[in-house]
Design a binder for this molecule. Sequence first.
Ligand SMILES: NC(=O)c1ccc[n+]([C@@H]2O[C@H](COP(=O)([O-])OP(=O)(O)OC[C@H]3O[C@@H](n4cnc5c(N)ncnc54)[C@H](OP(=O)(O)O)[C@@H]3O)[C@@H](O)[C@H]2O)c1
Length: 405
Amino acid sequence: MPIFSIEKNLDRRGTSGYEYQRTGGRSMHRQRGMAAAVLMMMMSSNFLVCKHLPSSLSLSAGLVFVSGCTCEAAFIVSIKCGMCLLLILFGALILGLILLLGLKLFCQLTLGMCRSTTSMKGKTVIISGANSGIGKETARELAKRGAKVILACRNITEADKVKNEIIETTGNEDVLVKKLDLSSLKSIREFAADINRTVTKLDVLIHNAGTAHMFGSKVTEDGLELTMGTNHFGPFLLTHLLIDLLKRSAPSRIVIVGSELYRLASLNLNNINPVNGFPAYLYYVSKYANTVFSLELARKLEGSGVTVNCLHPGMIDSGIWRNVPFPLNLPLKLIVKGFFKTPVQGAQTTLYLATSEEVEGVTGKYFLDCREHGLSSGVQDPALGKKLWELSEKLVKLEPTDPHI
Ligand SMILES: NC(=O)c1ccc[n+]([C@@H]2O[C@H](COP(=O)([O-])OP(=O)(O)OC[C@H]3O[C@@H](n4cnc5c(N)ncnc54)[C@H](OP(=O)(O)O)[C@@H]3O)[C@@H](O)[C@H]2O)c1
């Protein structure tokens, strides 16, 4: 490390200034102020230690140019700016934390809880995707209220574990597991045939299962894009195959778990099965389709005694985030664990729509936090609903012998 000395003197014109000098070497730059001379000395030192740094002279010129003043003033300004920047960053951090805490508080205060204590004894409920997250907690509460609960799941091993857990925690033995893979039209048909054969009354059908992927588009065995296939086309076909049972069981209810994220998407009727689409975006599109479908279904079932409502459960700490890849999953985990609702809290609006007397006869509505909520005008367009319906009928290969709605 070079050693520098600094001394005050007069130049040829008699102006006082500071000169700094490398020990044993020649005098280097001359500056008008002590502080500027110290700064330049430090820069020269850097220059000597690291050849990649610009020369002290150009740095000095840069500072003077930026601040439009003398070297000394430039030095003071740069120190002040640095401190200001630190203060701004610190302030932004504190503000961010306050905003996040405020958001958490807001979420807690506005949390909608299902206040209804309606008994579900004698009622039969099918809930898809009941082996985890919101579905599992919905199933548990319905079992607690005495309902016969059918867990419609693709992972039978997991579903069996959940069934045993629900029986153990609620004391209700009338909990069944049935295989349903919503990404397979064959599986949906087999499930529906089994239900129509073995169940005489269906009071509530809850379309809860859902999948979300960030990257890597996938196509199902039926040629359907996976996210749209699971989240929209599957429930669309299943509803058709169970509609007669639901009508016979009227008053009965269909509850569709959508998402507010539908607002980030739109539906391209020219490409309703976007096999080359971006999966993360297609999740929003599928939730858009859920909402449009629920409204059209409600219109078609008007007067049948079967009501249809859609809901947003809130942002929930559940398995839906499991496909977010590393390293994006790390900050997401922090947010999800710190700020999102628990699955029990996420199940409240579904439970409200499935059980509450308050929504007896209410149909074609959208709910959030156990309260009716407005929808964007786009999803409410009946022409869009009709067109989506026609296209979906073709894509799920609805047979003339199948029930039509
Ligand atoms: N979490 C949120 O913040 C949030 C926000 C808005 C809406 N939602 C909606 O809430 C619903 C429940 O999701 P969650 O948050 O509870 O997530 P989750 O814990 O991942 O639960 C999703 C369930 O759907 C099942 N599923 C996925 N693909 C299926 C298929 N092909 N066939 C049958 N079942 C399938 C899953 O089964 P496996 O275990 O076998 O995968 C799982 O049981 C979804 O419709 C989701 O879109 C969630």
